[in-house]
Ligand binder design. Structure first.
Ligand SMILES: *Cc1c(COP(=O)(O)O)cnc(C)c1O
Length: 428
């Protein structure tokens, strides 16, 4: 296949292909990528841009990584896919082994799914089935924070932020769950009892209806990029235990080092009952996710029967082989220095934006940097300015944010931060 992109390719694309949260024909200019290497995307117009997005959190080791490439080449030559019903294979076993090693001791089982959203569906099903198996069928509601994002399938959507999410489009179709305000206690703020009051009283008043609390630990991602206190998360765990409610952590965005810890729950030293991982699990090479749970959950469900889920591409060998390679790269521990360095450089590089009149605040955690504006950006205006500055950044709403690949150099990180400051200033 010739990978050059012509004007007529772009016209075809705009007419016939949907892009994320997009229209056909597309309202916005698309930038065509012909190849990518390290932290750089090569656009069809010849420009090279530094990727600040890690292709939406996942490309943590950079593009065209030799170890990742080789792992996939080897796997292709052995077996690209095989059904997982009744069959098994080494890439799945090896990846499950590594995931169980990485996660806290009580977490002992792995369900491989094909995307983050599907992982969330499976996690919700697990929680519901768990209580059914215990004969507590009235425990069938979820409780979450406002400002969350859990994917675009119905189960996930039903717990996404009720205002920014898609609820208004699907009223009457989505299952109805319960919401409390997002944690008001920032990552570095001192936790006080009043911070948890709304959550506590909602959990108390819902009295036996709640199957699980489902939350993104420490960082609420696409719902607003808010960082909250580890002590708050600890308290959530305590209250879940007290009220016999399961705790589901969605670590799809935060997992595998992004916040400075392997998993965000480690900031608070808490262990969820069910944990979803995805995105960076394959170093961004293939779509794959996993739902992990404690032995207590798997044993309870399986005492009554099977888990009722089984996607066609469950544990796809290519994806699992990419996962194994990604875990091997992470196991060197180098990511810890990289993320700590990125955190420092993001503070230095993005702080100047805080002086701008249009900027509400700048915040950084691990390899995540956020410039929150006072007004939402105009996408058609702001988007093309980033490639003009030699970078790829994709803002949404009031947020201009980046989560670069861990392998980014100091120099490229400087360019990225300077580009953001320049662009944000230019729209002032
Ligand atoms: C991206 C994301 C999802 C959905 O994952 P997909 O692979 O896009 O389906 C779910 N939860 C969180 C926290 C995410 O960041």
């Amino acid at each position: 296949m010739d990978r050059t992109i012509t004007q007529s390719d772009l016209e075809f694309d705009a007419r016939h292909i949907w892009h994320p949260y997009g229209t056909t024909p597309s309202q916005y200019e698309l930038f065509a990528v012909e190849s990518a290497s390290g932290v750089r995307l090569r656009l069809s117009d010849g420009r090279e841009v530094i990727d600040g997005m890690s292709s939406w959190w996942c490309m943590v080791h950079g593009y065209n990584h030799p170890v990742m490439n080789q792992a996939l080449k080897d796997q292709v030559d052995s077996m690209s896919h095989v059904m997982f019903g009744g069959l098994t294979h080494k890439p799945a076993i090896e990846l499950a082994r590594k995931l169980i090693e990485l996660t806290p001791e009580p977490i002992q089982t792995v369900f491989f799914a094909d995307s983050g959203s599907v992982a969330v569906e499976v996690a919700i099903k697990m929680a519901m089935q768990y209580w059914q198996c215990k004969g507590l069928t009235s425990k069938n509601k979820l409780l979450t924070f406002k400002g969350g994002y859990f994917g675009d399938t119905t189960g996930g959507m039903s717990v996404c932020d009720p205002e920014n999410g898609m609820h208004h489009l699907f009223t009457g179709i989505l299952p109805e769950h319960h919401f409390v305000p997002r944690p008001a206690c920032g990552f570095d703020e001192t936790f006080e009892e009043h911070h948890i009051e709304a959550f506590r009283s909602e959990l108390e008043s819902l009295n036996h209806q709640v199957a699980a609390v489902i939350i993104e630990p420490i960082v609420q991602g696409a719902g607003g990029m808010h960082f909250y206190s580890p002590d708050f998360l600890k308290k959530v765990r305590e209250l879940c235990d007290e009220h016999e409610v399961l705790l589901i952590h969605d670590e799809i965005a935060t997992g595998f080092g992004r916040t400075g810890k392997m998993f965000a729950c480690e900031h608070a030293d808490v262990i969820p009952d069910i944990m979803c991982v995805g995105k960076a699990i394959t170093g961004g090479y293939m779509t794959l996710s996993a739902v992990m749970c404690t032995e207590e959950i798997s044993k309870t469900i399986c005492a009554s029967g099977p888990i009722m889920h089984g996607p066609t591409f469950m544990a796809n060998p290519l994806a699992c082989a990419a996962g194994v390679a990604s875990m091997e790269i992470l196991s060197t521990g180098e990511w810890q220095h990289q993320v700590a360095n990125i955190e420092k450089k993001l503070w230095d590089g993005l702080s100047p934006c805080a002086e701008l009149e249009t900027v509400d605040n700048v915040r950084v955690l691990g390899a995540i940097g956020v410039v929150e504006l006072k007004e939402p950006v105009v996408m058609s205006e702001i988007q093309p300015r980033f490639p003009e500055q030699g970078v790829w950044v994709r803002p949404f709403g009031k947020l201009v944010y980046i989560m670069p690949p861990y392998v980014i150099s100091d120099e490229d990180l400087d360019t990225l931060c300077k580009a953001i400051c320049t662009v944000v200033k230019s729209i002032s």
